[in-house]
Structure formats: C-alpha cells, structure tokens
Design a protein around this ligand. Structure first.
Ligand SMILES: *Cc1c(COP(=O)(O)O)cnc(C)c1O
Length: 362
C-alpha cells in the first residue's frame, strides 16, 4: 500500500503504564499511578449519579451538536454557543485543527519539549515542524516569532506547559499575540487551566475576543477527573469555529460524556477543593525537593518535573518496583528527570518515601 511516508516513521502514543500490567509484572497488591496527570480524587459525585441513571439510551446516537452541554458551557464561560467546539478530549481538537490547517506546504511552530500531540498530528499531515527549545522550562516566544515564515499556519502554545508545569505570564503573552500575523492560528492549550494560581496569568477567554486568530483548548480530563469519558473543548470566535466544524466527526462526543460534563460544570465546589488539595500536595513535594537539593520547575499544574541527576528510566524502574508508576523524563525530553502527578496526601507521602530510598541507594 502507498501509505503516507511519514506514518512509517511514527510510533503510536505511549501512554503511562497501566496499573494492571505493573501489578502482574511485579506481583504487587497495591499500585499507585502518578503518571498521566489524572485527578487522584476522581470526579464529582454528581457525574457518577447522572451516568448511573442514564444508561438506557445506548442504542441511540449522541446529540451531534452536544446541545445541552454546549448550553451549559456557554453559560459557564460566558461565551456564545457558536464560539465553542467540542471534542472527544482536547486531543481530538488538536487533530481537527491539524487536519484543517496543516499540509505538506504548511509549516507549524511549537516549543520543545511540549505536549507530544502537536508534533505527532503535524507530521501525519506532512507539515514542516519547527520546534523551538524551551528556555529554563519556558516557551521562547521571541524565537517562536522569529521562526514564522510564509508557510506558517499554526503556532502551538502550551501554558501551563506539559511536561514542565511552567506558564507564560500575561505580560509576555500579550506582546507575542500582538506580533503574530492574523492569518496564523494561535492554539493556546490550557489543559491545566483550572489548577493555575499565578496572579500574573491572563484571561484567555477574554483574549479570544481581542485576537481573532486565537483558539483556547481546555478539557474535562484533568481537574474534572473525567479522562475516561473524553471531553475537551475549544473557545474561539465564530469564524474559526465555523471553519473547523466540518472537520469534526459527527458524533465525536458520546452521550454519557455529554451528560457527565454537564453535571461536572455544576459542581465547582469539587473543582475548588481539588485545586486547593493540589497546592498542598505540591508544597509537600517542593519541601522534599528542597530537603534533598533536587531541582524542579515550580508548577501551575497537577504534576511536577524533578531533576534526579541520573537516568530517568532508572528512577522510573525503581519506583515501579515499589508500586508507584511515574513518567520517566527520558521520553519527555528531560533525560535525567521524572514527571510525577500530584496525588493525595498519602500517595505523595508514599512516592516521596520511595524516592528518598532511591536517593539513599544511589
Ligand atoms: C492531558 C493533555 C491534553 C489532552 O487531554 P484530553 O482532553 O484528555 O485529550 C491536551 N493537552 C495537554 C497539554 C495535556 O497535558
């Protein structure tokens, strides 16, 4: 077959290792997974309730326009319904954007290391990928501007950035947006938006009103604790949404996901509590790093990248044998680091104890 050549150079996404696989391999009873930035506190009880009481409609296709969820989201965000696009996770929206704007005669700009799916989708579309190294864990916005060429169609900004947890202060983002030509789509991926506490963070939804070439991506997978249901969304002006919509599959957000997300929005108390516990968990981890003189990036997210000054895979293996699954920094572009999702107090205590055992032995 005559496959797109670039497909043959790619490997499928490597997810964090599954709990069952590790349990079996090491014959462990209890495994704690702190590898995929999932919410250790699950989701709002309201979500579970609505799912359990709405299992009778499975023979019926979902509402392709997600009318009810769209209504709830538009009220919650204070945007028009036509300023929203819904996705099967925000991954799906990254795919829709790539499919709509990238091709072999287009170029696209992103940081490195950053979330892997921007590059992955760009490569599938055959676009020229320009990756600009982070400086001290942060986007090098000047270099990204300088990389713009005649062919540039999309610039990807991940803030807060995965895997560093760093963000772009408002005073840096605004001048950047001012300089990007209006025919280039700027994608601001805010998967961790709800965790942000920095005071010089920007109001991204407001920015979509000022910048006609900006789309903001958010998700129900992280703080809302609904990664399994797959719901993400984009916010942009009507013209962008109208152009993207035909590239969206008709039933991309399933019925249970629509119900669950609508219920999740109602329970902002749950979100607040998770945000608070996450900050406590982060300071627990910061304290450990400082006691042990380990470098880390201060995080605006529910994960932290810690430099262990040895091969990240080694730390990963050691922790795995103790029943903790984290992410080795090796595949994430930080070969001597591990990325750890902030867990519950007990989970953090456990993984930090295992980490100090590693430090003692090495
Ligand atoms: C987790 C994550 C996503 C994907 O989230 P889904 O909505 O589950 O597809 C997108 N961007 C970043 C930066 C992420 O970390």
């Amino acid at each position: 077959m005559r496959w797109k050549e670039q497909l043959l150079t790619l490997t499928p996404y490597q997810p964090g290792k599954s709990i069952d696989a590790v349990k079996k391999q090491f014959n462990l009873e209890k495994i704690v997974k702190l590898a995929s930035n999932e919410n250790p506190f699950g989701c709002s009880p309201g979500v579970l309730e609505v799912l359990q009481t709405n299992l009778s409609g499975l023979a019926i296709y979902p509402d392709g326009y997600a009318t009810h969820l769209r209504e709830k989201l538009s009220e919650f965000l204070n945007v028009d319904e036509e300023e929203l696009i819904l996705g099967n996770g925000s991954d799906n929206i990254i795919q829709i954007i790539s499919r709509s704007l990238l091709h072999p005669n287009a170029s696209t700009i992103m940081a490195t290391p950053t979330f892997s799916q921007y590059k992955h989708n760009a490569v599938i579309e055959g676009a020229v990928v320009k990756e600009l190294p982070l400086i001290n864990g942060e986007h090098d916005l000047e270099a990204m501007l300088a990389a713009i060429d005649e062919q540039t169609n999309v610039i990807w900004i991940c803030s807060p950035n995965n895997p560093t947890g760093t963000y772009i202060p408002e005073n840096n983002l605004i001048p950047f947006l001012d300089m990007v030509p209006r025919h280039i789509l700027v994608v601001l991926d805010e998967a961790y938006y709800e965790y942000v506490v920095a005071e010089d963070y920007y109001d991204s939804i407001e920015l979509t009103r000022k910048y006609e070439n900006l789309i903001v991506l958010r998700t129900f997978s992280k703080i809302y604790g609904m990664a399994a249901l797959r719901v993400g969304y984009g916010v942009a002006n009507r013209a962008i949404i109208k152009a993207l919509e035909p590239a969206r599959e008709p039933f991309n957000v399933n019925s249970l996901a629509q119900l669950g997300a609508s219920a999740a929005i109602k329970d902002q108390k749950f979100v607040e509590v998770c945000k608070e516990k996450n900050r406590q968990g982060l300071s627990q981890i910061y304290d450990f790093c400082e006691q042990n003189q380990l470098d880390y990036y201060p995080s605006q997210t529910n994960f932290i990248l810690i430099d262990m000054k040895v091969d990240g895979d080694e730390v990963f293996q050691f922790l795995q044998e103790k029943g903790y699954i984290v992410r080795s920094g090796k595949a994430l572009g930080f070969p001597t680091a591990v990325r750890i999702t902030v867990g519950s107090y007990e989970q953090n205590e456990g993984v930090l104890k295992a980490l100090s055992e590693f430090l003692k032995e090495n």
